[in-house]
Design a protein around this ligand. Sequence first.
Ligand SMILES: [Zn+2]
Length: 290
Amino acid sequence: MQQRTIVSQISQTGIGLHSGIDTNVRILPAEPGSGRYFVRVDLPSAPTIPADVTAVSQTVLSTELRQGEASVRTVEHLLAALAAMGVNNARIEIDGAEVPLLDGSARIWAESIAKVGTVEQNSPVSENALFLKESIKEPIWVRQEDAFVCALPAEKTRFTYGIDFELPAIGNQWHSWMPCDEQQNPDETFVLEIAPARTFGLMHQIEHLQTAGLIKGGSLENALVCSPSGWVNPPLRFSNEPVRHKILDLVGDLSLLGNFPRAHFLAYKASHNLHVQLAEKILEQQNLNL
Ligand SMILES: [Zn+2]
């Protein structure tokens, strides 16, 4: 299996969900072996921040990466799109501390990547890459109260997610998604089934989050909002759009491992925090096996 990058550059501008600040993003092809990394082009000396699980600094309602003084948050939707579309190497220039939320999903990122296309590079995916040749051997899991994320031995990589909300419009939802075989680039099932699922929020939590200085850039244009009497801004793109969005978040967070280990990832009521904890535990396990 060869490494891949994008064929030509992608540019997007938009507001950050938590900061409420507009940023410009430019994604560029990158050398084999360089991985996916952010470059804070607005800061002196343009520091880089690797999209790596060891760089995670915060997971409150979005995933934040940090290297020294430089940080970038809400990286999960963009990283999910790059990973699911098979992009191993990309230079992501950004002139602020938060990736634009765009329409709340990864659709624009995924479609932009599909549009420019990806190209094989003259370098194989690392031999040491996480459990690429064979499945993980034993279940690896993390949990918090009744929420959990686990990686189970499996023939093929699959992501399954469950959520459970008291609000009847969401209720109990489950969804399962299996990426296409690696030959198929870009992954159309991701573009059609997972990437379009938008961020969602609960009406009764909005005021509390705003008081906490979060979701300053949230609006009815970039997030689905649910109230006890139903969705505030329908229509939904899928009847189970919320749980599909959770798969998107999980794919983005686990992509911080660099490559998905071959496993069935099963999550229930989890969060960015638990997703990242699982990624850290998988990394630990791999280091023990080396
Ligand atoms: Zn999300």
